[in-house]
Design a protein around this ligand. Structure first.
Ligand code: TA6
Length: 302
């Protein structure tokens, strides 16, 4: 990993993008352009903040008890769950949601785009350590564009001589005014697996509202999911590409209390809407090929 000085010398963009030492031992990328402010952590390849200039609240939730230490996932923003989603099925005691969110990524490029938006390219490649827990050569690229919209494109390149299979999620924590005054539309009539009832298969009826712990994997999903926030008086539209699953998660009060990196009332102020390919929607990539998972976030005031 380059030093703070080297990063700023190589990648800073005058008055638009700079690198800062943050709490803990992480270096952050801070962006401030005509459209929005944002913060990206090269550790974990994780967008932590995105606030369009017309918004009084960040679009993303970031816990004020998040831990910024090597090996620990940062609680909030958009964690990258890769190359597996959920608990380690292998039983080797590998970290839940894969290893990409628990290690530093390289800064590959920063760009001031002609439309005034700002792009950042981060990369992760297989190493002896990764091969020891996941025997596949890979290159993982995250392209983030901060503008009128927030766009993330996660490219998995199979640089091995054999096919590889992944499950993945952009595990987005959206900041909300009150969990009991939001609704999610766009998943009506879609089948989902309910983690809280043994992954029973159910069918969504109408908009999703929340009055208890919710942990669902929607499958064969449409490309657009919408969050309507009656308190913050805004609508967040998520358009995805190459995503067949959407995970909807809120821990509610009891489960939330068990997280040391969340406050007791945090559950009231975030909802995870995750752009994913998980369980049956796993992705197999032949040698030399790539897969790109994309999510585009659009915010409008109501
Ligand atoms: O995406 C939902 C979920 O899998 C929940 O079951 C819960 O485990 C959540 O992710 C948080 O996981 P983490 O490993 O980030 O604490």
């Amino acid at each position: 990993m380059l030093s703070l000085e080297q990063l700023n010398s190589q990648f800073a963009i005058n008055h638009e993008l700079s690198f800062k030492q943050s709490d803990g031992d992480h270096i952050m990328i801070d962006i401030d352009n005509q459209y929005a402010t944002a913060r990206i952590s090269p550790y974990g390849g994780q967008v932590l903040s995105y606030q369009p200039k017309g918004q009084t609240e960040d679009v993303l939730f970031l816990s004020d008890k998040a831990v910024y230490q090597q090996g620990k996932a940062i609680r909030g923003g958009i964690p990258i769950c890769w190359p597996w989603f959920g608990d380690d099925a292998s039983g080797y005691g590998r970290p839940a949601h894969g290893f990409a969110r628990n290690i530093p990524w390289d800064v590959l490029a920063t760009t001031h785009n002609s439309d005034g938006s700002t792009s950042v390219k981060l990369g992760l490649t297989s190493t002896e350590e990764s091969l020891a827990i996941w025997p596949n050569q890979f290159e993982l690229i995250l392209d983030v564009t901060v503008g009128e919209q927030l766009t993330l494109a996660l490219t998995t390149k199979n640089t091995d001589s054999k096919e590889l299979t992944i499950t993945q999620a952009l595990h987005t924590y959206l900041k909300i005014g009150d969990i009991e005054q939001v609704s999610v539309v766009g998943l009506d009539e879609v089948n989902y697996l309910d983690k809280l009832s043994g992954y029973d298969e159910k069918v969504q009826s109408g908009a999703i509202r929340f009055d208890k712990e919710t942990d669902r994997v929607y499958q064969n999903v449409p490309n657009t999911t919408v969050l309507i926030d009656e308190v913050l008086k805004r609508t967040i539209t998520i358009n995805s590409q190459a995503s067949n699953s959407t995970v909807i998660w809120n821990p509610w009060q009891e489960t939330c209390a068990a997280f040391s990196d969340l406050n007791a009332d945090s559950y009231q102020h975030f909802l995870c809407i995750e752009t994913a390919n998980v369980f049956d929607d796993e992705v197999t990539i032949t040698a030399g090929e790539s897969h790109i998972l994309t999510a585009i976030f659009d915010v409008e005031n109501n």
